[in-house]
Design a protein around this ligand. Structure first.
Ligand SMILES: [Zn+2]
Length: 117
């Protein structure tokens, strides 16, 4: 009888171990996918910046100054760009970040930044 319950517990533990291993593989895949996308984005940003610099339009100091300026717009210089609320162009109401329509009048609102989610 004891062996029967031990066998049930062992099978349950094996199943949990398999579930954890599967979740770990999924998380690793997700992390690698995000890292790949980030590296690609860094490459595109660097390429765009070098094109602008080579054409004489932007200096390294100008880029750094603009990065600091945009970083501070949300009130926190934390090297992040928070999208923040957007003001409705029709009625002036504040919308939540990421909202596509005004909660007051239903007008379409554009994200604060072109690349914001
Ligand atoms: Zn509105």
């Amino acid at each position: 009888m004891w062996d029967f319950f031990q066998e049930i517990q062992l099978n349950d533990l094996r199943k949990r171990q398999s579930d954890v291993e599967s979740a770990t593989r999924g998380a690793r895949f997700d992390r690698e996918s995000v890292e790949h996308r980030l590296e690609k984005l860094e490459l595109v940003c660097q390429s765009l910046y070098e094109i602008l610099r080579e054409k004489g339009g932007v200096s390294d100091e100008e880029l750094r100054r603009k990065v600091r300026e945009i970083d501070a717009r949300d009130g926190s210089a934390d090297q992040r760009m928070a999208p923040g609320p957007v003001t409705c162009p029709k009625c002036g109401a504040a919308t939540t970040a990421g909202a596509l329509n005004c909660p007051q009048c239903g007008a379409t609102v554009a994200p604060k930044y072109p690349f914001a989610p």
